[in-house]
Design a protein around this ligand. Structure first.
Ligand code: SF4
Length: 312
């Protein structure tokens, strides 16, 4: 059972005259229900844009997005509003994603208020979710500035979960937190997923976070997916030279953030022809500089876009 049986080849071009930036380029992504799919890659790889496309916060320039087999790409008005009650986002920075003027209880209640819920039902649901995410009820009247970073991210998680969504995009949910708080928030996210059968899209540059929380992983480079498969298989035996470089550059995979391989990421305004990774790839061949590699299954459900594996 898939949350989205099949997304079309998604593309998102940002136009800032006279510049066009293809932030997401011909991506085909399937997010499976009640599992976590991680999008990893360096900044500028297009992972946040892809997350925003799937929640309809961005509109694709071309391609379609299906949710439970329904095309949500061009929903409008009431239907769009209804779809958005089923998806939520948790952002990286709990310091800027919460309105500093609002009380904790009002922040958490927002998605329910938007659906017309009020009075005792509203209060009961706010206090119930606060308990579930480990926030003491005494914090309900406080403002975000009175809370620690971990408590603020729990508020953001409570706000995302209170309306019983099916799909949550977690955009670097722990990268603004210290290490011990990170693991508490990750445990909380895992518990909530188990209890509510939530589907997560996890956007992260931290490979240990992806390894802890995700079942599937997609590695992105300059707007394209270069490798995808089961997280443990991909991390154990990465096939694409870019994924290999990412993993090899982390001496202790359990502790360190994902470090970029050597060389500069190219410009999305004028991306390299052929394989976009070729200027940094130690295995680059002539064909890599000319033609884009197709995505093929290499083994165990691992898909790779690389001429090393494709028939020429
Ligand atoms: Fe390297 Fe060529 Fe594979 Fe690109 S297609 S990753 S340049 S070997």
């Amino acid at each position: 059972w898939f949350l989205a049986k099949k997304y079309g080849l998604l593309e998102r071009i940002f136009r800032e005259k006279p510049i066009y930036v293809r932030a997401v380029d011909n991506v085909n992504i399937t997010v499976e229900r009640a599992l976590t799919t991680a999008l990893v890659g360096e900044s500028g790889s297009g992972k946040t844009t892809l997350g925003r496309l799937l929640t309809t916060l961005e509109t694709p320039t071309s391609g379609r997005i299906f949710f439970n087999n329904v095309d949500v790409t061009s929903l409008k008005g009431h239907e769009l509003k209804r779809f958005r009650t089923r998806v939520q986002m948790v952002f990286q920075d709990p310091y800027s994603s919460l309105d500093p003027r609002m009380r904790v209880r009002d922040i958490i209640a927002e998605p329910l208020v938007a659906r017309g819920i009020k009075g005792s039902e509203l209060s009961e649901r706010v206090f119930k979710i606060m308990e579930e995410v480990g926030l003491e009820q005494s914090l309900a009247e406080r403002r975000p500035s009175d809370l620690s970073g971990g408590q603020r991210q729990r508020v953001a998680v409570a706000r995302a979960v209170i309306s019983n969504p099916e799909f949550i995009v977690l955009d670097e949910p722990t990268s603004a937190l210290d290490v011990s708080t990170q693991s508490q928030v990750l445990n909380l996210l895992a518990e909530l997923q188990e209890r509510h059968k939530l589907t997560y899209l996890l956007i992260t540059h931290n490979i240990s976070v992806a390894r802890y929380l995700s079942d599937k992983i997609m590695v992105m480079y300059m707007g394209k997916v270069v490798e995808s498969g089961d997280t443990l298989n991909v991390l154990k035996e990465p096939q694409h030279p870019y994924t290999q470089a990412l993993i090899e550059s982390i001496p202790d995979i359990g502790k360190r953030d994902l470090k970029p391989p050597s060389g500069e990421v190219g410009s999305l305004i004028n991306p390299p022809p052929g394989c976009r990774f070729h200027p940094r790839c130690p295995f680059a061949m002539d064909i890599c500089r000319r033609e884009e590699p197709p995505m093929i299954e290499v083994k165990n459900g691992i898909y790779v876009a690389c001429w090393l594996y494709a028939k020429r």
